[in-house]
Design a protein around this ligand. Sequence first.
Ligand SMILES: Cc1ncc(COP(=O)(O)O)c(C=O)c1O
Length: 398
Amino acid sequence: MNIETVAIQSTTHTDSQYGSIGTPLYQTSNFRFRSPGVSTGYDYTRSGNPTRNTLEQVLAELEGGAGAVAVSTGMSAIATVLEHFDSGSHIICTHDCYGGTARLLNLFKDQGKFEVSFVDLSDPISLLDSIQPNSRCLWIETPSNPLLTVVDVEALAAIAHSSNLLVCVDNTFLSPFNFLPFEFGADVVIHSTTKWLNGHSDVCGGAIISKTTELAERFKYLANALGTSTGVFDSWLVLRGIKTLGVRMRQHEANALVIAAFLEKHPNVSQVFYPGLASHPTHELAKRFQKGYGGVISFRIRGSYENEVCHVLGSTKIFALAESLGGVESLIEHPATMSHASMGAELREKAGITDDIIRISIGIEHIDDLLADLSQALDFSCFAEKQSAFTAKEEVVA
Ligand SMILES: Cc1ncc(COP(=O)(O)O)c(C=O)c1O
């Protein structure tokens, strides 16, 4: 079945008792035993719940994995996966990863739990150079955030596997609609389901999907042991969001392609980062690995943070000034002071996340309204007036 069909059908045939089309919501913390020692298959919701299990089955099917566990946030997915590794392990991570991922890895590094290397994975050879005898995990984010650099997952996974590293891919930015990391060598896929999978900005959630049954069992065990498994109502909401994944992702991308082309021609924008543009340095890699380009665009403003950048951030009316991405609503944010503030200035500078970069998440509003909103926000004539008034005053003084 195609992914649009899986997203709907696998959530539709779950009620054997009454045949409800909607997934039943088992909003309960515990389950009555049939008799001493004989459960219904469920005993306590942290360990398992039929609504959450349906979500886990759907996620595994969408990604093509052997099993999944749904956890409370994207960060708890990352933290749960990292618990798999013994202390003293060396973790290699994409250098321009999500700020929260960098913060957690740096925390573990400072506590002496892990050795961590942030590496520019755009050249697979740099991975080869960074592997040590204690390296255990390669953490890939593709496309990276916020510069949207696509990496050669297949080559990286082959190198990592030759040294027995576990290859984990954060597939939050693309969703299984646009990219299937298991097809290119990933062992584990994680998601912040907060983003495209839920798609309606009303849930924080995460997921770990595993290629093998053994890994799936291991992460289910860890989620139960750590207590990171997600709530039942949140599971139900994500299930409902997933049903429209296909139509939403198509519309997000259709809007994003038009907006990226508009920004590329705009005189007040000096650079656009969107892998769907032929001008993007990793456009060819995106075409090779991805089925689509997603709905996130970053761009560089001609001007200073204090003036032009803040003007754009403060002037949009449809694009809400907010962190996160992947909802039906369009959002605008400033990576250096918002999503990537926790990364720290040094790592940001190394990753090229400068103060003139703005990131937008493209919603599914009408394209004409989105273009009009960006167009008025990118009008810098107020600065031109200030500039000419300043020049005129200087002339009078002179
Ligand atoms: C790529 C990526 N991974 C993980 C996360 C963390 O997800 P959550 O906010 O659900 O914890 C985010 C959040 O923005 C993200 O962008």
